[in-house]
Ligand binder design. Structure first.
Ligand SMILES: *[C@@H]1O[C@H](CO)[C@@H](O)[C@H](O)[C@H]1NC(C)=O
Ligand SMILES: *[C@@H]1O[C@H](CO)[C@@H](O)[C@H](O)[C@H]1NC(C)=O
Ligand SMILES: *[C@@H]1O[C@H](CO)[C@@H](O)[C@H](O)[C@H]1NC(C)=O
Length: 244
């Protein structure tokens, strides 16, 4: 485990930044999760056929809390102006014309993010996620450094290295492991983390609420079939399957 040094100072900093902005029991980190449509769809066959060859949004997740307010219903007319961008940047890969994915993300994560005053409406939450997604521009950054879908495998350290160099923080990179003995893993999901002031931070750093956040995200990862990529296994970054 990586420790912040000096530990007490870091703890104090993390706590105070959460407390200044909002009441206790606040989340201290936001995780912007991207997924790679080809990989997602390879797990969801035949429900989705990938026709998108850029990283799309999966969600914006606070590190604390799940389903924080079940009576706060998703209403797509509140984000009408964002819908064209949502459809492009945060598509529902299983059902492109349905708002169900956004509704799910709002209930599970958005209602918890909304504990911060600056994310306390659906419009604020979804527009902030889109803003961060465009700001990071993950897809272009990977391309720019020649990390492109390919039949040739990458080393995890190549992909991680490019991202750490460009963003200055550690991402969390997740793969699908096709089988126990497979000689490769499939790149699937990339998380990039922000502190409550939207400054980039290492995804691995947890100051507080470690147990809760871990349980939440293990549940999320399991449901989706992703796990952290293995440093020693070649990484397959799959191109779009050719049309069949
Ligand atoms: C992908 O296909 C879906 C449905 O087949 C369609 O609605 C969507 O616009 C397509 N997306 C792209 C980027 O071509
Ligand atoms: C839950 O959401 C509803 C609808 O927006 C709101 O009226 C209520 O105050 C919220 N409850 C809490 C505990 O935030
Ligand atoms: C959704 O929001 C719009 C705009 O505020 C409002 O007119 C409408 O009644 C809401 N729909 C539901 C089902 O709450």
């Amino acid at each position: 485990m990586k420790l912040c040094f000096p530990l007490l100072l870091c703890l104090a900093a993390a706590l105070s930044s959460a407390f200044v902005i909002s009441p206790p029991h606040m989340w201290t980190k936001l995780i912007l999760t991207h997924h790679w449509p080809s990989t997602f769809c390879s797990m969801e066959k035949p429900a989705c056929h990938p026709n998108i060859s850029y990283w799309t949004l999966h969600g914006l997740w606070p590190d604390k809390g799940i389903d924080c307010n079940s009576s706060w219903h998703f209403n797509s007319s509140l984000i009408e102006d964002l819908l064209p961008d949502m459809k492009k940047s945060w598509p529902n890969l299983l059902s492109p014309s349905s708002a169900s994915f956004w509704k799910y993300e709002w209930h599970k994560h958005g209602t918890c993010a909304a504990k911060a005053a600056y994310l306390n409406t659906q419009h604020k939450y979804f527009s902030k996620a889109l803003e961060l997604y465009h700001k990071l521009d993950l897809d272009s950054i990977l391309k720019k450094f020649d990390i492109v879908p390919s039949e040739t495998y990458y080393k995890l350290s190549q992909i991680e290295g490019v991202m750490e160099k460009f963003y200055g923080v550690k991402p969390k990179i997740q793969c699908v492991h096709p089988s126990k003995n497979a000689d490769f893993q499939v790149l699937g999901q990339i998380e990039i983390c922000f502190d409550p002031e939207f400054t980039l931070m290492d995804c691995e750093k947890h100051f507080t609420m470690k147990k809760i956040s871990k349980a939440d995200f293990i549940a999320d990862d399991k449901a989706s079939g992703f796990s952290v990529c293995d440093l020693n296994v070649p990484v397959y970054y799959p191109p779009l399957p050719s049309n069949t």
